[in-house]
Design a binder for this molecule. Sequence first.
Ligand code: KIV
Ligand code: NA
Length: 277
Amino acid sequence: MKKSIINFREMAEKKEKIVYITGYDYLTAKYEERAGVDMILVGDSLGMVTLGHETTYPVTMEDMISHSSAVHRGAPNTFIIGDMPYMSYQISNEEAVFNAGRFTKEALVDAIKLEGGTDSVCERIKAIADVGILVMGHIGLTPQFAAQMGGYKAQGKSAGAAMELLRQALEIEAAGASFILVEGVPAVVGKAITERLSIPVLGIGAGSFTDGQLLIYADMVGYYDDFTPKFVKKYANVGAELLKGFTAFCEEVRNGTFPDDNLHTYLIADEEAVNLE
Ligand code: KIV
Ligand code: NA
């Protein structure tokens, strides 16, 4: 059964870890649901992992709606979070509410996520939560701020920077977020934020203490190989399996082994009806 915000609060309270993974399409989501993950993030990492962009900046609301609804069809009993793409919430509260609403109405997601801990992002969180939509905040290494961070670099590495992240986390909670995701920070920072907040704290590259753990599915199954962050553990080797299958197919078509007319071909129904030879 699909978990609700109540279940996630209870899990955090009881120190039962929340399993969180990204998903971008119907088929992958189906396997994720079968495996029993607790939540699926349709991340704007879609841009890099599935659409082949170099950053998340080009991702549009149309991309996100199309992929989020596919994930919903593949995992109808899993809690799904739609990631607000660049420029879908930055401009105004009105645009943020409108686009969060599109995720809810058109893609049937259970919550939305947006990046940043500035005052204006906190205003957007409040506006979206005010219309009844569950919001997940996201701080630390936030790819939509990559230009300002000088690339994809771990955050909160000095005492001052760590204190600033903690302050932002508390502001995001006060603004009405129901969860927060902390990305790419030292384990002590992930721990401090988890201890200080009362909403569930999810982590990706934020150490073992957070209430849940997220990984990008294509990283952890050995599929996306353009770049692998330090915090990724590889649980499978999907890329190698695909390559094996595709290479064998190429070979067998070219040498005539496939198809085998005894195995992979239809038989004619009425033997007397035709004599094609
Ligand atoms: O887009 C995404 O997948 C994300 C995670 C990397 C945190 O936001
Ligand atoms: Na994202």
